[in-house]
Design a protein around this ligand. Structure first.
Ligand code: PRX
Length: 692
């Protein structure tokens, strides 16, 4: 039975083959999600955890929520949107006439920063703590909503003083410090569009993103704290903005670089371009009237891996996005703003940080923990120490972190008082039932509901999740679509599968927080997400509907890998590898990894004419690993690089990644009959066995 689930899946790159500039992938079979979810467990999983009556008695969500949404979806969204603060109330709800670009609440006018900050001050909640900031070295700051109000107004005036205004793009490349939140909100406040680039990306990745968005300003820091040392950020910005050999004609759109002093490390300075944040921002008046924008005004761009290798700048609206963020945060995390302390461990550089640190929780007036560092600095109990110290009640993290904690052993969390916790969340990749059970027992003391939340950068907010207090959960299942969200699992022809079957996850109706497009490329937006199944949003994930109709996410069915919850594509890493003078050809696959979910495994063919190539395969691998790290960032560094003499290809020249995945995962190699030369796999295996 386990094998039936994916037998019907055929090649479906998330971008249709016509748009897919990577012909190498088009003839391959889709990634088979069986390999990184323990389907055997899923099929025998019968455990169910009904909500505790004591939790249900006070939960924000009720079963009525689903009924209301079913009865009238648009009315449901209208009510959700009405909870925001509007400068001018909307009268339209949805305009889908320009599908797939939606307009939600189109004639409404509002400001995101006003909703996240000013409103709380206006309504008498200025003294509530917005953030308990914890720096990795142990420095702390307590920031109330009134403090945030002051800071965002000064920052908004600072940005205006640099000539940045409504509609301009601002790149933010910062560590996880309060200024990152302030910078995002200050952009929103003046109607500028932020594009946050995760601090773990390389100079080349940053350059690509700055260039694509034509950002006028970059906000960065001298550095951040990482595992007890200083991670430099500013030199990477300098490199990103300098013309390079690879991009000799690169004309940076950037006029200024605004630098937050975080570590105090020595910093190179370009006079006229570079400015200290404290000089520009701290000197400004703390009064600023928000720029009131239309609901459809772009709030931000966030780049994510595309199957062509070039990242896609996904952009989100203001009114619809905030509606989804605030509603889902309130009902999925059951936030009681007066008493809860909420902590989302994601970085603000990812969509999870945008929606569930900055916009959703702040609109709902949450008190949050914001932590700069890693979970194991200075010791492996750091996170639990923070939970204990601040009395965290709601905690949201990723399965890869949970599996890491499992590896470190439960004695570590057991050494701290975690009794304040009352709700746990998971996001970013399928959570295996063992990790789910461990999380529930060891961290949640068997009393906290777990919300496994499925969503994407594209969806803007949670699409599939249990509702705490309402849904009986099953370990490993994200359960059901959120109220107001129409999710379905379909077969190759786009027909809903029967209960018990697997297929592709689609969303069949528009929703307020859906992406509005790919920055600067409307056609790519339509063909990437809307072409595979007529009129339906295809997410790129495989899923199964169990006999009860509950949903199990099975991972990507395209060339997207999920490494520690980070999205990477095979193509972008292949491009980086072949840019190295030693490499003639490269094929990358995502292989199952016990901690990171998937790991990058690269097969490379070395050029016969390359000079200075070491004899030893490991030395080649080390050099290429460092190269990928430099080109894309540490998150893309291959776990294994295997030097081979051939890669398997079909007769039409497409790389057969499925076979390489079999090798990478130490499995019996599958069907080789479509290979142009069926001896290739033997050569690869023999070569690997002999060490080269
Ligand atoms: O494959 C799914 C996986 O992460 C992808 C989206 O990645 P990204 O846009 O970076 O956003 C991550 C955080 C929202 C999805 O296509 N994914 C995310 N959450 C889950 C998940 N897979 C299974 N279960 C989840 N809860």
């Amino acid at each position: 039975m386990a094998n039936d689930v994916h037998e019907s899946l055929t090649a479906v790159p998330a971008e249709s083959p016509s748009s897919n500039a990577d012909p190498a992938t088009a003839g391959d079979r889709p990634h088979d999600p069986r390999h990184h979810v323990t389907l055997e467990n899923l099929h025998t999983e019968r455990r169910s955890f009904p909500p505790l009556a004591s939790f249900a008695a006070h939960s924000n969500a009720t079963a009525f929520e689903y009924k209301k949404a079913e009865a009238d979806r648009l009315e449901y969204w209208k009510e959700a949107a009405r909870r925001l603060a509007w400068k001018q109330e909307f009268t339209e709800i949805l305009d889908w006439s320009d599908a797939p670009v939606a307009r939600w609440f189109g004639d409404g006018i509002l400001n995101a920063c006003d909703n996240a900050v000013d409103r709380h001050v206006r309504e008498g909640r200025g003294d509530r703590v917005a953030f308990h900031f914890v720096g990795e070295p142990g420095d702390t700051q307590t920031l109330t909503y009134a403090d945030m109000h002051e800071r965002v107004q000064r920052a908004a005036n600072g940005l205006l003083s640099l000539g940045v205004g409504k509609g301009d793009r601002v790149a933010i490349y910062l560590p996880q410090i309060p200024e990152a939140v302030v910078a995002m909100l200050a952009c929103a406040r003046i109607g500028a569009i932020h594009s946050v680039v995760f601090g773990g990306f390389s100079a080349a990745s940053l350059r690509q993103r700055i260039d694509d968005a034509q950002a006028r300003l970059v906000i960065t820091a001298d550095g951040g704290n990482r595992r007890g040392s200083h991670l430099a950020l500013k030199p990477l910005v300098d490199e990103a903005l300098a013309p390079s050999i690879a991009h000799p004609g690169f004309a940076a759109s950037v006029e200024h670089v605004l630098v937050v002093k975080r570590t105090g490390q020595p910093t190179e300075w370009t006079e006229g371009r570079d400015l200290w944040w404290h000089d520009v921002v701290d000197t400004q008046p703390a009064e600023h009237e928000p720029e009131w924008v239309d609901a459809e005004h772009p709030l931000f761009i966030l780049y994510t891996s595309g199957t062509t290798g070039a990242p896609k700048g996904l952009w989100h609206s203001t009114g619809g996005y905030l509606t989804g963020a605030a509603l889902t945060h309130r009902i999925v995390f059951d936030l009681k703003p007066d008493t809860d302390v909420y902590w989302c461990s994601a970085d603000v550089g990812w969509i999870t940080g945008h929606t569930y640190i900055v916009y959703g929780p702040m609109i709902n007036g949450a008190t949050q923990v914001l932590y700069e560092g890693t979970p194991d600095t200075p010791h492996q109990g750091r996170w639990w120490e923070i939970v204990q110290e601040y009395g965290v009640t709601i905690f949201y993290t990723a399965p890869t972190a949970i599996r890491t904690f499992m590896k470190w052993g439960e004695a570590i969390p057991d050494g701290f008082d975690l009794s304040s916790l009352r709700l746990l969340g998971s996001v970013g990749e399928p959570i295996n039932p063992e990790a789910w059970m461990w999380y529930r027992r060891v961290i949640g003391g068997d009393r906290c509901p777990i919300v496994d939340t499925w969503w994407q950068t594209e969806t803007g907010s949670i699409m599939i999740s249990p509702l705490p207090g309402v849904t009986a959960t099953k370990p490993g299942s994200a359960m059901t679509a959120m109220p107001g969200i129409a999710a379905e699992v379909v077969d190759d022809e786009g027909r809903p599968v029967r209960a018990g079957d697997g297929g592709y996850l689609v969303i069949t109706e528009p929703w307020p927080s859906m992406l509005r497009g790919i920055w600067g490329d409307r056609a790519r937006f339509a063909r990437t997400y809307w072409n595979r199944f007529d009129g339906m949003y295809f997410a790129g994930d495989g899923a199964k509907k169990d006999v009860d109709g509950d949903l199990w996410l099975l991972g990507r069915v395209d060339d997207v890998m999920n490494v520690s919850g980070h999205r990477l594509t095979t193509t972008e890493i292949e491009h980086a590898l072949v840019a190295h003078p030693w490499v003639a050809e490269a094929a990358v696959v995502g292989a199952t990894d016990a901690i990171t979910g998937q790991a990058v495994v690269a097969f490379v063919i070395v050029r016969g004419d390359a000079e200075g190539v070491p004899e030893d395969g490991e030395a080649i691998a080390d050099a290429l690993r460092a190269h990928v790290r430099k080109e894309i960032g540490p998150l893309a560094k291959p776990r294994d690089i295997l030097v081979v003499s051939e890669v398997p290809k079909t007769r039409s020249g497409k790389i057969m990644r499925r076979l390489l995945r079999d090798v990478a995962e130490n499995r019996e190699v599958g069907d080789v009959t479509t290979l142009a030369d069926s001896s290739v796999m033997d050569a690869i295996k023999d070569g690997l066995a002999s060490g080269r």
